[in-house]
Write a protein that binds this ligand. Structure first.
Ligand code: ATP
Length: 311
């Protein structure tokens, strides 16, 4: 698939000398939902801000739909909609004025029918005459989204779109995102909510301390790194792990009442049947058992830890 955004060798050192990006290479495919995950301060906003022309890179190049974001700023920027983390809009203006002005800024001809549909989709139509300052926080967020979409961009950046928003807005937002994707819009979102990436994204990139640690199809990432944990609720508590079970990486929990075994769910031999056989031979009974698939969150924590250990 052709890439719609191409990032190559991108670095950013802020004025104080802090290196926020340390050589990022990334291609975003046309029409995908790409989730950029990373802890606070990892460099997500810096990366987005460079692509959107708000922050200048120290080195490296970025193209959006083939246009260099520095040399060919206007052409590149017209293709991009940005929903920033912070509210950046005139509090005294009405919703309608804000959104139609934003469309005009990008040189798009007036299209009231399009803007009406946009505001209706975002449940903002009834508020079109309200001044931004009179709206609730959630409504202001919706205005930011409407503003970002007002010039019909092909690429939409959402910087932590659902941080602190209620369930209803979150659901509306995701429905909107899926609708946009169906129309061919490429969506890049940053999030702390791993469930969101898990639910929504086609691909996931994990960024930590200014470096992209991994970029994978979400399903591949889950498959490749997904581990399962087996928990056995023992019939009788164990004071210590019996040495006969030493070949399995077990841990004892809940005051000796639970045995935990972490295994690779995709391995040919998981070690689970042999473990249960050995336990039965040793007369260690269990009342119940369950397995848990690791979530993207576990994977993410694991990746960041690996990176730290390697450093
Ligand atoms: N204007 C600036 N001057 C100096 N340092 C900055 C500036 N902007 C960001 N930084 C630093 O760069 C690092 C990356 O910040 P960035 O906002 O890109 O992270 P982030 O991944 O978006 O974090 P968060 O999840 O908290 O939004 C942080 O350590 C931050 O303090």
């Amino acid at each position: 698939m052709a890439s719609v955004i191409s990032i190559s060798g991108l670095t950013k050192t802020y004025a104080g000398g802090f290196q926020a990006l340390k050589g990022v290479d990334l291609d975003i495919r046309r029409g995908e939902i790409f989730a950029l995950l990373g802890p606070n301060g990892a460099g997500k906003t810096t990366l987005i801000s460079i692509v959107c022309g708000i922050v200048t890179a120290s080195s490296g190049t970025v193209t959006a739909d083939g246009h260099d974001v520095v040399r060919d700023y206007r052409a590149a920027r017209t293709r991009i909609g940005l929903v920033p983390q912070e509210l950046t809009t005139d509090a005294f203006e009405s919703v309608w004025a804000t959104v139609s002005f934003s469309r005009g800024l990008f040189g798009k001809p007036r299209d009231d029918a399009f803007l009406e549909k946009l505001l209706r989709d975002l449940s903002l139509w009834d508020k079109r005459k309200s001044r931004i300052m009179e709206l609730s926080g959630g409504m202001k967020r919706r205005v930011m989204i409407a503003k970002a979409l007002s010039h019909e961009p092909e690429i939409l950046f959402l910087d932590e779109p659902t941080a602190g928003v209620d369930v209803e807005l979150r659901r509306d937002m995701w429905n909107l995102v899926l609708g946009l994707r169906d129309r061919g819009v490429t969506i890049i979102l940053t999030t702390h909510y791993i469930e969101e990436a898990e639910e929504m994204a086609d691909r996931v990139g994990v960024i930590s301390k200014g470096e992209l640690i991994v970029v994978e199809e979400k399903s591949e990432l889950m498959k490749k790194l997904g581990r399962k944990e087996l928990t056995l609720n023992l019939a009788e508590p164990l004071a210590a792990l019996p040495p006969e079970l030493g070949e399995w990486a077990l841990t004892l929990g809940a005051d000796g009442n639970e045995l935990h075994y972490e295994f690779d769910a995709n391995a040919e031999r998981t070690g689970v049947p042999s473990l249960l056989r050995r336990m039965s031979d040793l007369g260690i009974g269990f009342k119940d058992l369950h397995t848990k698939q690791s979530s993207l969150e576990d994977i993410f924590v694991g990746l960041v830890r690996q990176k730290k250990d390697a450093a």
